[in-house]
Design a protein around this ligand. Structure first.
Ligand SMILES: C[S@@+](CC[C@H](N)C(=O)[O-])C[C@H]1O[C@@H](n2cnc3c(N)ncnc32)[C@H](O)[C@@H]1O
Length: 434
């Protein structure tokens, strides 16, 4: 980036930080990611690397003084592993969420369901009948890399467990057992999640599929037996939140969510094992269709969308202009970013209409960087929030990403904008609600 443009961008970022009361709050440092969740009952069943900590939900409700359960309806358009919905339920709030990934939305349902004592007893007593014969196991899958992902004997064991689970009549118990199996698929695979996809790992040849399944099953049982909740189950929709118009979402007290970051990370790539072997997708066509419905945050999403420039704030236009003259590793990144902010603008408009007077919309988001130019997603989303009618209460910076010294030299003064923040929007008291 040339110096004049750099100076202009710094000025723009600094002015917006002042306008939006940006403040650093280190108490959010470890809450904006999933690492603290390893020991939290239920949340811990499956490691969801894009998730935030359950304590973040408690912290932000506390910060905004949200205690009135009867009148506060919680909304999460990008539910992921279900952190917002599960914590809301546990705190006694009614909630509603969208999640486009069918595996993730299945897991949220399992985590937020109410189970009776007899459901749990039946679940606890389940044993796999291991005498089934499975032939040509690889043939079942269209997935090209299935032979790399699982050795044949392991995949046969997985299929044997599936057959036994399918024979369980009680659907709640059956679903929960299937969930236990889904949670161990990556553990027993030859691959692990890494970067923007899967990476070959060192495999423990002694690991036994049945033992891992029973271990996970017991963990799930222990959690559900300890944390018994009978509050209302959240409404979870496996569809794009951009289709919100087809659903009855209204009177939102607070939306608390983290959209996919505009960083080219494709969640459908990372959850390939669970999607295919969990039989949520059965063909490449099917996978492609699902990917195209996701928010345009990566290059596998729908980049052909046509739209006008209603969402283009000055800052966004400036960034797009800088990037169009920069050396990007893929020129389609510009269209991706433009579509990302268009999608977010449309969503915020819908959320605004459905939010009660004085209600909140809190977006947890990480900024990205292309061609050594930080893209301040938090500031752009604050601008878009304002454009649709919200007031920007503040931007809380939870974490500044430490850059390497080499990166620091290139990004220089803009490095502080590589950060994870909470954009806090509020609807005015007198404003219209659906
Ligand atoms: C950053 S993650 C959310 C993590 C979540 N806050 C948690 O704690 O688990 C974003 C999620 O949005 C989902 N997603 C992407 N596009 C979507 C869309 N158009 N509608 C609904 N969900 C979508 C992704 O599958 C991903 O699970």
């Amino acid at each position: 980036m040339n110096n004049a443009l750099m100076t202009k961008l710094i000025k723009n970022y600094t002015e917006l930080d002042v306008k939006y009361h940006t403040n650093i709050d280190n108490s959010y440092h470890s809450l904006v990611n999933f690492s603290q969740t390893k020991n939290s009952p239920i949340h811990r069943w499956f490691y969801y690397q894009e998730g935030y900590s359950p304590d973040l939900v408690i912290h932000i409700f506390d910060h905004l003084g949200i205690t009135h359960k009867k009148n506060t309806f919680v909304f999460d358009p990008f539910a992921g592993s279900g952190t917002t919905l599960l914590v809301s339920k546990q705190m006694g709030f009614d909630s509603y969420g969208f999640e486009i990934n069918p595996f993730s939305s299945y897991m949220i349902k399992l985590k937020t369901r109410n189970y009776s004592a007899s459901d749990l007893m039946e679940y606890k007593n389940f044993v796999v009948s291991e005498d089934k014969k499975i032939d040509n196991v690889y043939k079942k899958y269209e997935l090209k890399i299935i032979k790399n992902l699982f050795d044949e004997d392991r995949l046969i064991d997985i299929e044997v467990i599936k057959v036994s689970i399918r024979n369980v009549k009680n659907s709640k118990v059956r679903d929960l057992l299937y969930g236990a199996l889904l949670c161990i698929l990556t553990t027993i695979s030859n691959y692990r999640k890494g970067g923007n996809g899967l990476k070959r790992k060192k495999v423990n040849k002694n690991m036994d599929v049945f033992t891992e399944f029973y271990k996970k099953k017991d963990e799930i049982y222990a959690d559900l037996n300890k944390v018994r909740h009978y509050e209302k189950e959240p409404n979870i929709v496996n569809d794009s939140c951009l289709n919100i118009n087809n659903y009855d979402v209204k009177n939102i007290g607070i939306s608390l969510f983290s959209p996919p970051y505009a960083n080219c990370f494709d969640p459908f790539e990372v959850y390939k094992i669970e999607l295919w072997v969990g039989e949520f997708v059965n063909s490449y066509e099917d996978l492609k269709a699902k990917r195209r419905q996701a928010l345009t945050s990566n290059l596998n999403a729908n980049l052909k969308k046509e739209f006008d420039e209603v969402h283009r704030t000055n800052l966004l236009s400036k960034i797009l202009q800088i990037l169009s003259n920069a050396e990007l590793w893929d020129k389609r990144i510009i269209k991706m970013l433009d579509t990302y902010f268009f999608d977010m603008y449309c969503l915020l408009k819908e959320i605004y209409l459905r939010t009660k007077k004085s209600g909140y919309c809190v977006i947890v988001v990480g900024n990205s960087s292309y061609a050594n130019t930080p893209v301040a997603t938090d500031l752009i989303l604050a601008e878009l929030g304002e454009k649709v009618g919200f007031t920007v209460k503040e931007i809380i910076v939870g974490r500044t990403n430490e850059t390497s010294s080499q990166q620091h030299l290139k990004i220089g003064d803009l490095k502080e904008y590589i950060r994870e923040s909470l954009v806090v929007l509020q609807k005015g008291k007198q404003k219209y609600c659906l």
